[in-house]
Design a protein. Structure first.
Length: 338
């Protein structure tokens, strides 16, 4: 900076103001400094500047599984949103294991990050206390913990699942199966999406048949395929399937293809998440877009706000993303091209 100042004929303070984007500098002065920077090949030492501010420029993102397309695409969205704010993302995978989710909260990596975007899957409502005493900025994602001491970004699971089921009903479907339920679950994505499914049936005067609710463990293609096979073997007269995520729905499509069941002629299929692969399935997969880009951008914005004023006493905020139904060939056939 001494060299840049000498080359431009200005003070070191003026050089500092230019590189830090101070607005009240004459254009001619700014041009001289920028020319000197270019001629000398000066580069801002971001690490040193962050250290002076007590920051690292790194933020954490903890997700259950990157092998699940939704979380992989969410991570991509978070990375792009963070880069736009000058931040680098350190990704941690918990495997939906309780001990690893707790380690993420209090492990040594937190010393190297300015904040954390945290998507737990093993923790639940009874674990709100585990978040108490967290002394760094954090934003919660997902549906496992509500009302915790952190900003929270989530999706409209009940409303979106109800809309997905309604879409199938609007296509004339009456025996709608679910793939991906979790027995005994009262919180979390599975429970909320089944709740939306049941609400749509009730509003349309359709009976709820528990035999049509297929349970699955992890929400992978393999479990979707296995659950679909069990439902078909039970000969329940199914004419539509709601996969509680796209991976499950893609697995169900695979089984239907193997069994030579026409989609959507005999059985229509809809998923949830609108992952990239859904648009390239055969047939293309109808799904719910839960607002992933909005979730990522909002989480980063909330985290940056807390980092910039980490000691303030503002109340924690909850933001619920918007959703939309993406109708494709698996529910409306060739009409998807119209």
């Amino acid at each position: 900076m001494h060299e840049v100042a000498a080359r431009a004929g200005v003070s070191i303070k003026t050089v500092s103001n230019v590189v830090n984007g101070y607005p009240y500098i004459r254009d001619s002065t700014r041009e001289k400094v920028e020319l000197a920077i270019a001629e000398l090949g000066y580069q801002l030492n971001v690490t040193a500047r962050n250290l002076r501010r007590g920051r690292t420029g790194l933020v954490g993102l903890a997700v259950p599984e990157l092998s699940l397309p939704y979380f992989a695409e969410l991570a991509d969205s978070v990375i792009r949103a963070a880069e736009a704010r000058g931040l680098t993302v350190l990704i941690e995978q918990t495997g939906a294991v309780r001990e690893r989710e707790l380690e993420v909260l209090r492990g040594q990596r937190r010393q190297f990050t300015d904040g954390l975007i945290y998507s737990p899957l093993a923790l639940g409502p009874d674990d709100v206390g585990e978040l108490e005493g967290i002394d760094y900025p954090m934003v919660l994602l997902g549906e496992r913990i509500f009302g915790g001491p952190a900003d929270h970004v989530t999706m409209r699971n009940v409303e979106a699942a109800k809309a997905a089921t309604q879409h199938l009903i609007d296509q004339g479907r009456r025996r709608i199966a679910v793939v991906g339920a979790h027995a005994g679950e009262s919180v979390g994505s599975a429970a909320l999406r089944v709740q939306g499914y049941v609400a749509a049936l009730e509003e349309n005067g359709l009976p709820y048949d528990p035999a049509l609710v297929g349970e699955a463990g992890l929400w992978h293609r393999a479990t979707g395929a296995e659950t679909m096979a069990r439902l078909l073997d039970a000969d329940l007269g199914i004419d539509a399937v709601f996969g509680l995520n796209d991976a499950l729905a893609l697995g169900a499509l695979h089984t239907l293809h193997l069994r030579r069941v026409e989609v959507p002629g005999e059985i229509a299929v809809i998923g949830f998440d609108d992952i990239d692969e859904a648009a390239y399935a055969a047939p293309t997969l109808s799904t719910v877009n839960p607002g992933r880009e909005q979730i990522a951008a909002t989480a980063v914005d909330l985290l940056v706000d807390r980092i910039d004023g980490a000691q303030d006493d503002r109340p924690f905020r909850q933001v619920v993303a918007d959703f939309s139904i993406v109708a494709r060939e698996s529910t409306i056939g060739d009409a998807a091209h119209v």
